[in-house]
Design a protein around this ligand. Structure first.
Ligand code: NAP
Length: 256
């Protein structure tokens, strides 16, 4: 029987893990997936995720908070374990947490480079690997990695970030190729310039801020809410034949 079109976006009964769920884009994505029906494991590090938990619960879903530094590989299994323990499995993984270090390449501290790669890339690989194992077994799963415009472009003064986000796009395609036939969709969202802490330095620099705005066809910076629809789409059966796609949510930035 054909599925009713509206139900294609329904996540009722699904379990999602969202990293970086205490603030910024991750908070909006976690809330959005809950809106569509999912219970959520909220992964956070320094920020309390209590507010996100309240939002999820207000929508009638369940939430479990896991507080870990995802740069510490030994802590990553606790995230997947929490999903299994609290909700009996894992259907959706959103690798959202990410950091940026802004200094010119010639002065870029190796410790910054290393930290950015640990958070933005190495944790993504390990979490995908662990989630993938479960998802292969159950023959179903959705993985969404948060990429960037700097998965396509070089950026300025952010060599580690750019390298990490190019790699996230590549990893997304590599995993999609291996797992598409096993019922798992691995895709990425590449946000444009969004008004979160990540871009505060850019928005505080009048020249950069103006240059960026001038290039955005939508004539505004993006907001966390702009990612909700695309995240629900990639987390749901509506995107079952999408594999290894990097979906730009950028107000048209990449077209210019
Ligand atoms: P944000 O407001 O700076 O938030 C960063 C998030 O990452 C926070 O939730 C933070 O958690 C988490 N995080 C950082 N280091 C962590 C660690 N070691 N362990 C666990 N969690 C950690 O950034 P955002 O704008 O929401 O960015 C979310 C994602 O979108 C990132 O991958 C970013 O690269 C990407 N992105 C953002 C933009 C943009 O314009 N904003 C554009 C393209 C891509 P704590 O606060 O708990 O530390």
């Amino acid at each position: 029987m054909k599925e009713h079109p509206q139900n294609r976006f329904d996540l009722s009964g699904k379990t999602a893990v969202v990293t970086g769920a205490g603030r910024g884009l991750g908070q909006a994505i976690a809330t959005g997936l809950a809106e569509a029906g999912a219970n959520i494991v909220l992964v956070t590090n320094r920020t309390s995720a209590e507010e996100t938990k309240s939002r999820v619960e207000a929508l009638g879903r369940k939430a479990r908070i896991v507080q870990v530094d995802i740069a510490d590989r030994s802590k990553l299994p606790s995230i997947i374990d929490a999903a299994v323990e609290a909700f009996g499995g894992l259907d959706i993984l959103v690798n959202n947490a990410g950091i940026i270090r802004r200094t010119p390449a010639a002065e870029h501290a190796y410790s910054d480079w290393q930290e950015v790669l640990d958070v933005n890339l190495n944790s993504v690989f390990v979490l995908c690997q662990m989630a993938g194992e479960l998802m292969i077994e159950q023959g179903y799963g959705k993985i969404i990695n948060i990429a960037s415009m700097l998965s396509f472009q070089g950026g300025i003064n952010v060599p580690g970030y750019t390298a990490s986000k190019h790699a996230v796009a590549g990893l997304t395609k590599a995993l999609a190729n291996e797992w598409a036939s096993k019922g798992i969709q691995v895709n990425a969202i590449a946000p444009g310039y969004m008004t979160t802490d990540n871009t505060e330095a850019l928005r505080n620099d009048p020249a950069r801020s103006r240059q960026i705005l001038e290039r955005i066809p939508a004539a505004r910076w993006g907001t966390d809410e702009d990612l909700i629809g695309p995240a629900i789409f990639l987390a749901s059966n509506a995107s079952n034949y999408m594999n290894g796609h990097v979906l730009c949510v950028d107000g048209g930035w990449m077209n210019r």
